[in-house]
Design a binder for this molecule. Structure first.
Ligand SMILES: C[S@@+](CC[C@H](N)C(=O)[O-])C[C@H]1O[C@@H](n2cnc3c(N)ncnc32)[C@H](O)[C@@H]1O
Length: 249
C-alpha cells in the first residue's frame, strides 16, 4: 500500500484488516485501495466528530477540517432549536450537530441534490430528522422560513479550473456536483447567501467553509445577502469558516 502511494499505509492496513472477514476479502480491499478508491468508500464509513458516518461510493467523503465548522456552530448557537444541513452529502455535519448541541428535541432538516447523498444522510441522521432531495432550499418545507437557528451549508467551492488539480481520489470517486463551485468557486454559495436571510430566524447563523483566498469574496456575498459576516480560521485544521448572522432587527 505504501508503494501505491498511501501516506498512512500502516494505519489504513490495520483498518482494512479489521474490515475483512476472509483473506480473499482482504486482498480485494487492498487492491481497491491501491487502485485509488478512497479508504472511506472501501470501509463504508468515515470518522467525523467522534462519530462513524456511513459513506457510500459516489458520496462526498466528509473532511476532518469540517469539524471546525461544527464546533463554530455549537459554540455560537448552543441554544439552537432548528437546524438545517443544506448540501448535506452524507449528513455528517447534521449528525455531528445533533450529537453535540446540548439541547434536547432539536428539529433537524437536511437536503442534497444527489440521490446517493440523500440515501446516505437518511442512514446517518438521527430518528426524527427529515432529509429532502432537491436544489438548495427548494425541497425544504415552507414552514421553516424565518425559523432556522443554524443553517450549515458546506457547498462545493472548488473553482472549475482547479477541479482537475484535486487529488485523484476526489476527482475520480466523488461526484463533480460535490466539488465544482463554478468559475470562481462561489457560484453555489452566492445562491445560498441570496436566500439564507429568508430562512434564518432573528439571531440565526449561516455557516460555510471556504478557502483562504476566497474568503474576501465569500464575506462580500454574505453582506450582500443582508447578513453580518465574520470569518474564523483554524490553523491546525487548515480551515476557514464564514459565519453570517441575521441580526435581530
Ligand atoms: C462539498 S460537499 C459537502 C457535503 C457535506 N456537507 C460535508 O460537509 O461532508 C457538497 C454537497 O453539495 C451538494 N450539492 C451541490 N450542488 C447542490 C445544489 N444545487 N443543491 C443541493 N445540493 C447540492 C453535493 O451533492 C454535495 O453532497
Amino acid at each position: 500500500m505504501r508503494a501505491a502511494g498511501c501516506v498512512f499505509a500502516e494505519d489504513e492496513a490495520r483498518l482494512l484488516f479489521s474490515a475483512a472477514r476472509t483473506p480473499d476479502e482482504l486482498t480485494a480491499l487492498v487492491e481497491r485501495r491501491a487502485c485509488g478508491h478512497p479508504l472511506e468508500h472501501i470501509l463504508g464509513w468515515a470518522e467525523f466528530c467522534g462519530l462513524r458516518i456511513a459513506v457510500e461510493p459516489g458520496v462526498f467523503v466528509p473532511r476532518r477540517r469540517t469539524e471546525f465548522l461544527v464546533s463554530r456552530a455549537v459554540h455560537t448557537r448552543p441554544d439552537a432549536d432548528v437546524v438545517v444541513d443544506l448540501c448535506c452529502g452524507s449528513g455528517a455535519v447534521g449528525a455531528a450537530l445533533a450529537a453535540s448541541l446540548p439541547g434536547r428535541g432539536t428539529e433537524l432538516y437536511a437536503s442534497d441534490i444527489e440521490p446517493a447523498a440523500v440515501r446516505c444522510a437518511r442512514r446517518n441522521l438521527p430518528e426524527g430528522a427529515r432529509v429532502f432531495q432537491g436544489d438548495l432550499f427548494e425541497p425544504l418545507p415552507g414552514l421553516l422560513r424565518g425559523r432556522v437557528d443554524i443553517l450549515a451549508a458546506n457547498v462545493p467551492y472548488v473553482p472549475t479550473e482547479e477541479v482537475g488539480l484535486l487529488p485523484a481520489e476526489a476527482r475520480m470517486h466523488e461526484p463533480l456536483v460535490a466539488l465544482d463551485g463554478g468559475t470562481d468557486g462561489l457560484d453555489v454559495l452566492r445562491r445560498v447567501t441570496a436566500k439564507a436571510g429568508e430562512w434564518l430566524a432573528p439571531g440565526g447563523i449561516l455557516l460555510f467553509e471556504t478557502s483562504e483566498h476566497q474568503a474576501a469574496g465569500a464575506l462580500a456575498a454574505v453582506a450582500e445577502g443582508g447578513l453580518e459576516p465574520a470569518a474564523a480560521i483554524c490553523d491546525e485544521r487548515y480551515a476557514t469558516v464564514v459565519v453570517g448572522t441575521k441580526t435581530a432587527c
